[in-house]
Each structure stands twice: as structure tokens, then as C-alpha cells.
Design a protein around this ligand. Structure first.
Ligand code: IPM
Ligand code: MN
Length: 366
């Protein structure tokens, strides 16, 4: 697509640097995003929001009441990390990250599992050719929505209930996104296979209600609307096994919120760990939020040794979703060049470069 200077697109980005090493990695992400904007002739206007642990400890407020409404006015959100050592686990995760995903209806969590050149994987005899698939995690439903409760608390008869609830509507919209994504980004579409395949990851043998719904909707939608996309079904436990033994079997996977959460941590470690794994919380009709999957890594905070590549890659995913696919591809290529020719390791403190030097290396290459 040719773009005229006078018509240069401009995007309003909300930035939430967040806690721990979040601000450090976001800083490098900004560097690379701005380099991409210069090169590919668009502009980014970034507005920072101080949501996170420090703000909560100072004000007692996790998130202002109008936060989601405020953020929904932006074209996209760029997030560093949420999680603070002085705040009880769950408060910030549920009160900021999950709340924003739910309120902004970011019903897709897109998590590529891709081993970049030069990156060490714990999987024996596997390389970038074998580890290259994408998990589409349902992101606003299921057992993570907080449906349930406790009764008779503190007594030996105490009962806790946490329900996995899915509506046909939630299942269908997630599946349609996944089929569409498989059609446009599957292995055939990317020129590395002869079919585009969508695999449903579930547990139809035990969770017979919820996965019966997923399984029926999957086959109905697939047959009617996406006959060109090959369909597979895998149980989640077996999926974990094959993610280690035969990751090359996978193309695009779609699954529920909880299973997606779990298998993408396994996926992340096979692609080199939290320093490199990026994800997008996507509302295809609204404001999406992009983040490195790793946490706030408090023990590395402020040392300039954390790996910013996951945040940089998340910035690339953000540009792709905004429609700047050339710039997005340039960022991914830059990241691959940095992992392939520069970094000694992806681990904090062992990269052979500081956080900001890695940002410079990526920005130069864009
Ligand atoms: C993730 C995280 C979050 C999740 C937590 C922090 C709420 O683990 O993004 O995968 O479970 O979704
Ligand atoms: Mn997780």
C-alpha cells in the first residue's frame, strides 16, 4: 500500500508501563515503535497512564471507575507488566489486567509460539522450523470470570465453587476469529505448508457440557463457513505432551481461557521464555491491548538487565492490528536479527547487552 506524506496515518496509543520492569521494557518498545513510525511514514501519539501497584499503594484505588471508558477512546493500548511484590496477589491482576480485558471486551488473546533464530529451546532436536504455531485463547469468558463463591467459610464444611460458563455467543465469536485467523495466517497462507489448520483444544471426554458446545460449534461453523480450513481436535492434556514432543504438528490452536493460559506458558518456554513471548488482547471491533506475556520481574527492576524483546515484539503485533503490516513485519525481522546475530542469551543479565542496548539494536534494524 502506497502512502502519501500528507495522508500519513496517526494513531493514539495509551501506554500503561505498569509495575516492576514494565516501564523499562516499554521504554525500549517505544524506541522501536517510533523508529518504525519514522520509517513507514505514520505517527504515534502516546499517552501514559500510571495504573499499577505503586498507584494502588499510594491512592488505594486499583483502577479509576472510568478507566476502561477512557482507554476505549484510543486506537490501541500498550502495556508493560502488572504485579507488585507489596500487593497481595490477585488484586492487581484481577483489578487491572482482567478487568480491562473484560470491560474492553478483548475476547481474543492471541499468543504466537514462535522460536526465533539463535534462540535456545529446551526441546531436544527442535528448531525454528518446528516451533511455529499460534494459540488463540478465549479471553473474556469461562472459569476466569469470577463466577462462584464460598459458603460456610472457615468451617470444616466450607464449600468453594468456581464455574466454567460459556455461552454459544462467546464460543462462536472466538471460533470465527480463529477460523479467520487460520485462513489468513495458517501454514498454507504463510507458504510453509499445504493446508491451513485450526485445532480445537478441549477436554470433551470429561468436561462434557462446555466442550460439547465448543465441539459442535467448531464443526458447524467450520463446515459451513470455513470448509477450506482443515479441522483437528486435541485434548488439552495430550496437547501439552505434543507441544513438547511434536510441536511441528500444530498450526493455529483455539481454546478456552484457562486452557489457553496454561498451554501458552508451556509454549512460551519452548520459544525461549518470558523474555521473548508476546501477546495481544484483541477486540476486533474495539480497542486492543498488547503486552509481553512475562510478569513484572521485581527482582530485576531498575537494573537495566531485563530483556525488552517481548515488549518490542508486542509493539509489532500492535502495529499489525492497526493495519501497519509492513512496519510490523520490519519489527519482527529486526527482533529475529537481534536474536540470531547478537544476543548471547534471552535471560535477564545474560544477554551480553543492557536493556536499552537491545532496544537500540532493534530500533537500528527497523
Ligand atoms: C496471563 C496471566 C494473567 C492471566 C493473570 C496475571 C491474570 O497469567 O496473561 O496469562 O491469567 O490471564
Ligand atoms: Mn498466564
Amino acid at each position: 500500500m502506497q502512502k502519501e506524506n500528507s495522508m500519513a496515518e496517526s494513531y493514539n496509543i495509551a501506554v500503561i508501563p505498569g509495575d516492576g520492569t514494565g516501564p523499562e521494557v516499554v521504554e525500549e518498545g517505544r524506541k522501536v515503535l517510533n523508529a518504525a513510525a519514522d520509517k513507514f511514514n505514520f505517527s504515534l501519539s502516546m499517552t501514559d497512564f500510571d495504573y499499577g501497584g505503586d498507584r494502588y499503594l499510594k491512592t488505594g484505588e486499583v483502577l479509576p471507575a472510568n478507566a476502561a471508558e477512557e482507554l476505549s477512546k484510543f486506537d490501541a493500548i500498550y502495556l508493560g507488566a502488572i504485579g507488585h511484590p507489596d500487593v497481595k496477589p490477585g488484586i492487581l491482576e484481577k483489578g487491572i489486567l482482567l478487568k480491562l480485558r473484560f470491560e474492553l471486551d478483548q475476547y481474543i488473546n492471541l499468543r504466537p509460539v514462535k522460536l526465533y533464530p539463535g534462540v535456545e529451546t529446551p526441546l531436544k532436536d527442535k528448531g525454528p522450523k518446528e516451533i511455529d504455531y499460534v494459540v488463540v485463547r478465549e479471553n473474556t469468558g469461562g472459569i476466569y470470570t469470577g463466577t462462584g463463591g464460598n459458603s460456610m467459610t472457615g468451617t470444616p464444611q466450607e464449600v468453594a465453587v468456581q464455574s466454567m460458563v460459556y455461552s454459544r455467543f462467546q464460543v462462536e465469536r472466538c471460533l470465527r476469529y480463529a477460523f479467520e485467523y487460520a485462513r489468513t495466517h495458517g501454514k498454507k497462507a504463510r507458504g510453509i505448508g499445504d493446508s491451513n489448520t485450526l485445532g480445537l483444544v478441549g477436554k470433551t471426554n470429561v468436561l462434557t457440557y462446555v466442550f460439547d458446545l465448543w465441539y459442535r460449534a467448531f464443526n458447524e461453523i467450520g463446515e459451513k463457513e470455513y470448509p477450506d480450513v482443515k479441522r483437528e481436535y486435541y485434548h488439552v492434556d495430550a496437547t501439552c505432551m505434543w507441544m513438547v514432543k511434536s510441536p511441528e504438528w500444530f498450526d493455529i490452536l483455539v481454546t478456552t481461557n484457562m486452557f489457553g493460559d496454561i498451554i501458552t506458558d508451556l509454549g512460551a518456554i519452548t520459544q525461549g521464555g518470558m523474555g521473548i513471548a508476546a501477546g495481544g488482547n484483541i477486540n476486533p471491533q474495539g480497542t486492543s491491548m498488547f503486552e509481553p506475556i512475562g510478569g513484572s520481574a521485581p527482582k530485576y527492576t531498575g537494573k537495566g538487565i531485563i530483556n525488552p524483546l517481548a515488549a518490542i515484539a508486542a509493539g509489532g503485533m500492535m502495529l499489525d492490528t492497526l493495519g501497519e503490516s509492513e512496519a510490523a513485519a520490519a519489527i519482527e525481522k529486526a527482533v529475529m536479527d537481534v536474536t540470531g546475530t547478537k544476543l548471547k542469551s534471552l535471560s535477564a543479565g545474560k544477554m551480553g547487552y543492557s536493556t536499552s542496548e537491545v532496544g537500540d539494536l532493534a530500533a537500528e534494524r527497523v
